[in-house]
Design a protein around this ligand. Sequence first.
Ligand SMILES: CC(C)(COP(=O)(O)OP(=O)(O)OC[C@H]1O[C@@H](n2cnc3c(N)ncnc32)[C@H](O)[C@@H]1OP(=O)(O)O)[C@@H](O)C(=O)NCCC(=O)NCCS
Length: 192
Amino acid sequence: MTVADSLTIFTAICKKMQNNQCIVLETQRLILREMTLDDLDNLLAVLCDPEAMQFYPKPFDRQMVQAWIKRNMQRYTQHGFGLWALVLKQNSKLIGDCGLVLQDVDGVEEVEIGYHVRRDLWGQGLATEAAQACRDYGFNQLGFNKLISLIHPDNIASCRVAQKNGMRLSKKTEWRNKPTCIYTVERSNLPI
Ligand SMILES: CC(C)(COP(=O)(O)OP(=O)(O)OC[C@H]1O[C@@H](n2cnc3c(N)ncnc32)[C@H](O)[C@@H]1OP(=O)(O)O)[C@@H](O)C(=O)NCCC(=O)NCCS
């Protein structure tokens, strides 16, 4: 059995089902659960926003969000993790995504913490709350030693979330044809 196989089995055991939804993590204000195609409209509201998507080639349309959801569903099956739906406990509404994704960075496979929050909710610490939970899950449950975030240098809010997630700028590179800051946190850098 490969490490990936055992991780997939382990994470499947850890998740709990609620209303047919697979919950991975819970924080004070948020639930992180696996996304499904039923989330299409709510995720579209987050990912079609031109301001939120200014560092992507273009805002997502319906078809792109559908592909995005399918890609994450495939990740859950293949690796046991991916980007998860962010649900506000207060009203059970999907307000973004956050999670762990494998990325090739300069020929090295890294585990990235990624996040998107619906624009009307920015500045309330929600991305930080979700990202910290994903960091702890990545270190403590999945056993990773290092996690990164890939961020456009002009994406100040995202850089700030990475810093509040214990990360430091470790390298600047070109990633998918764009200047990119690599923010890194290692398990050994965090207090036990
Ligand atoms: C990045 C993003 C997820 C942050 O979500 P959020 O819930 O607003 O994040 P938080 O509230 O946890 O933290 C945001 C921090 O950025 C700061 N910030 C936001 N815009 C800023 C700006 N223009 N200049 C300086 N600081 C800024 C906020 O003040 C806050 O820091 P503080 O707590 O020290 O005051 C959100 O802006 C987003 O969805 N952006 C579009 C998608 C994206 O870029 N994702 C990341 C891809 S790498």
